[in-house]
Structures are given as C-alpha cells and as structure tokens.
Write a protein that binds this ligand. Structure first.
Ligand code: SF4
Length: 331
C-alpha cells in the first residue's frame, strides 16, 4: 500500500504542466501543490483549491468542442450519423453547457471550496456579467463541428474507419488517467517520472503507417513544424508498440477549428531524439522546485521559492489572482 501511495505522488510531466511552469512559477505552485499551503494559511489553501477547479468560459468552450467532436466521431464510426443525430448532439451539448452555466452563475463562491461541487466559471467567481457571451460560446462550439463536417476531414475519417486497422478516438469526458501514464523505463533520467499524454485521434493503417491528430480550438500557432505535444504522442506509440521509425511512416498534425488549418507533418528520428532531450530538461527544471529534488516524495519547496511573473497582462487574466494577492499579504 505504501509503495502504491508513493507511486501516486510521483512527479508528473505533461505539456500543460510544463507550460504553466514556464508561464508563471507561482501559478504552477497554486495549480499543482495547493495542499502545501496547509501550514501557511487554511483560507488561502481552500481558496487555491476552489480556484484550481474553475475554468474560464473560453476554456470551457474549447473543452466542449472536444466533447462534441468526440461524440460525433464515435457516432460516425458506428454509422449512426444522420441530420437528426447531428441536431441531437448539438442540442445535447447546448443543454449541458446551459446547465453548467446556471450552476456556476448561482453558486455562492463566498462559501469557499466545496469538494462535492467543484465546477464553476472563473468569470462568475470574479463577479463578471457574462450572460451576453454565453449564446456566442454555444454557437462557436456548434460552428466548430459544422466546419469539420463541411471539410475534407469528414470524408477522410470515414475512409479511415473503413480501411485502417485501428482508429482511436479519445473520450475527453471520461479521461482514463491511468492509461495516459507512460513510464519511460528505458531512459534513466525519466525512469521515475509519470509522463501524461493522450492524443485526440489516432489511426494505425497497418504496422508501418500511423497518423496522430490533435484538434485545437484556440489561437493558431505561426510555426508549421510538428508540435512537442504530437512528438510526445509519437514517442508513446513508439515505446508502447516497439516501433522502429526507420521503416515506419508516422505523421502528426494539430488541426485547428474552425479553420481546419493543419500544422505538422512527418515525424522523424531527430524529432523523437529532440523530444526525449526536452523531456529530460523539463524534468530537471521541475525538480528544482522540489525538496531535495526528490521526485518520489514530490514535495514542493516553500511557496516563496516560486517566483511571480512580472507580466501584468498574465496576472490580469489569471484565475489565481485573488489567492495570489492573499498570499502576497502574508509573505
Ligand atoms: S496572478 Fe500573476 S503572479 Fe499570481 S499566479 Fe497568476 S500569473 Fe502568477
């Protein structure tokens, strides 16, 4: 049991986690180590826990796009898609978003952290009136699906369903965190780290041809190379299936909605070597914030060791801005 518990606590690497750390050290602390505030101040700890579970309307819109697209693709795979079914899926997601919006709007945030009722929108927490933005958020989610259906991708995925050996569609509503964990036992520096990653869509055509896709609904990137996230998914495929890239074609894209612009391409051996090096560097950086650099205990240094960003722009939109100020007053 002790060993099981220890493994649960082990340091984790994920694209989101390293992005947050690079964005602001303090935000990383609030997001991943709020329990460490228990010896500092109970109210600040509970406020951090409350805020950690909130999402902005924009973030929620992105998540709902993933939910709707996953529902659509699964129904398409089963041959269940008709015009009525598409309307049903859209109404379903709108109803879900409506219910969540009401729950968030009516929630009494002054009651503090509630482990039974964690969901909320950060705008409501900060007293912003976003009633006018809600309809627009639903329309964006619907529009993202419509854009997909009207694009060549709709035909392509149907071809994959017919011809490929395996087609993987992620279930973003019920993420299986255990299956997302990857142990990189063959790389000594990463042996004891949980690497978390799962692509949105994957196709195995035959043992020599693979396609990986991540749907994106946020701001489009300017560069056109294969993203680190896609390289990580490729690394997982390679390690889990014992693939040799020399005689395999592996292609990965980030596909943006609603534009359907795709960024990425062929994944090379240099990409995989590069991402392993990046993982090692990231983990070294994460370890700098742990007591004794101990990845098993995964206990953070005191909160004062986590620097605040100097960017006022970042703070203005940060979910943790209230608790960050509260903590500052205690320092
Ligand atoms: S409010 Fe600013 S300094 Fe504080 S956690 Fe957020 S981004 Fe970092």
């Amino acid at each position: 049991m002790a060993d099981y518990h220890q493994r649960q606590n082990t340091l984790t690497w994920s694209t989101t986690r390293i992005t947050v750390l690079e964005y602001c050290n303090k935000k990383y602390f609030f997001n991943y180590y709020p329990h460490a505030l228990k010896d500092v101040d109970q109210k600040v700890r509970l406020d951090a826990l409350l805020l950690k579970n909130l999402k902005s309307l924009d973030m929620r819109m992105g998540e709902k796009t993933h939910h709707l697209l996953s529902d659509y693709l699964k129904a398409l795979k089963k041959g269940e898609i008709t015009d009525e079914k598409i309307q049903e899926l859209k109404q379903w997601i709108a109803a879900e978003m409506g219910e969540e919006f009401e729950i968030s709007k009516n929630r009494d945030y002054s009651a503090g952290y509630d482990r039974e009722q964690r969901f909320g929108l950060s705008e409501h927490f900060y007293g912003e009136d976003i009633d006018g933005a809600f309809e627009g958020a639903i329309k964006k989610v619907w529009n993202n699906l419509d854009a997909f259906i009207e694009s060549e991708w709709n035909e392509k995925v149907q071809e994959y369903f017919k011809k490929a050996k395996t087609v993987f569609i992620e279930s973003p509503r019920q993420k299986d965190f255990e299956s997302m964990k990857l142990k990189l036992g063959s790389i000594p520096e990463l042996r004891n780290i949980n690497v978390m990653a799962s692509p949105d869509f994957g196709v195995i055509f035959d043992d020599k041809k693979y396609l990986i896709i991540d749907w994106k609904s946020g701001q489009e990137k300017m560069d056109d190379g294969v993203s680190d996230q896609i390289k990580i998914y490729a690394l997982i495929l390679i390690l889990k299936n014992g693939i040799l890239l020399d005689d395999t074609e592996m292609v990965g894209y980030e596909v943006y909605l609603p534009s359907l612009n795709k960024i990425g391409g062929k994944i090379t051996k240099a990409d995989i070597d590069g991402i392993i090096e990046k993982l090692k560097e990231d983990v070294e950086y994460q370890k700098q914030f742990l007591i004794d650099g101990d990845v098993f205990k995964n206990e953070p240094l005191p909160h004062t060791s986590f620097a605040r960003t100097k960017s006022e722009k970042k703070c203005a939109s940060c979910t943790f801005r209230k608790v960050c100020q509260e903590l500052k007053e205690l320092e």
